[in-house]
Design a protein around this ligand. Sequence first.
Ligand SMILES: [Zn+2]
Ligand SMILES: [Zn+2]
Length: 325
Amino acid sequence: MSEIRKHYFLDEYCIIATERGKRPSDFVSKKIEKPSVSNCVFCAGNEDKTPPSTAVYKKGDILKDTEEELVKDWEVRCIPNLYPAVSTRSVKPVLSGWEVQEGFGFHEVIVESPTHGRTLSSFSDDEIELLMKVYRDRVHYYHFKENIQYVSLFKNWGERAGASLEHIHSQLIALPILPPVLKREQDAIHAADGCPYCNMIEKERKSERMIRENNDFVAIAPYFSKSPFEVWILPKHHVNHLINCTAEMLRSFGEMIRFVLFRYEEILDFPSYNYMFYGIFDDDSYHLNVRCHPILSTPAGFEKNTDIYINTATPEDTAMYLKCE
Ligand SMILES: [Zn+2]
Ligand SMILES: [Zn+2]
């Protein structure tokens, strides 16, 4: 079967093209056994092998390394990225006759556990809640820095997802521009009658694509899915940004992310994945969401040529496989 599906509210298309009867195991790739990392810079005890922390979470306190002392026995540790995509130092761009601006911004790594080899699916309720609080704090901190327009928060897990270190971590890049992908959504939302995401949730909740619901969030295999086993997590009640989530919301947000990752591990055998947060703090009309993409296929010539993605798993099957526990 093959269908060209249009996005809920944007001028975007994906192709759902599945061979009949494809099962999750058909997407599982052979893993290469890697030797365990003996000198991982993110592991507890190796604090001196990274730049000094920007924030360290320890027993309810938020601390920071000083020149005299590095904080030990931490729960979550935030550090500047050693190879930042953007820089806090002012460097005048080379004038080429084309539009250019300084590569200004902040690039931070959030080390999510002191212990090597853990995955988020094994986090306790308190651990996942703390992590969500760290996400909110750090995004909040950078959002209000001068000249920052957008803070991108994302996680790459596994080699195929672009993670260069296997110790669990997320990253945050604060930019002086609002990415066009969000600007396009914003324009479409302003032109729409009511919030398109609220509208989508209301309809999808009753559909076969609904995966799970908890106190504040839903997980959906969206009708418009660009990649196999794509999942969107959205607050049931309209909230525009992670910064505006209450403590209770963060708890159920984390619980839902953990559930989705746990199910990925169960049915897809620890696939590499990305998840990304979408929100526009200065615009109440936006609707916060997280998109989870296990890396089960590689965008190639057609996708690059057309920006139309071919997805070989139907969202309807994805929901069916992910929801049964
Ligand atoms: Zn490690
Ligand atoms: Zn909404």
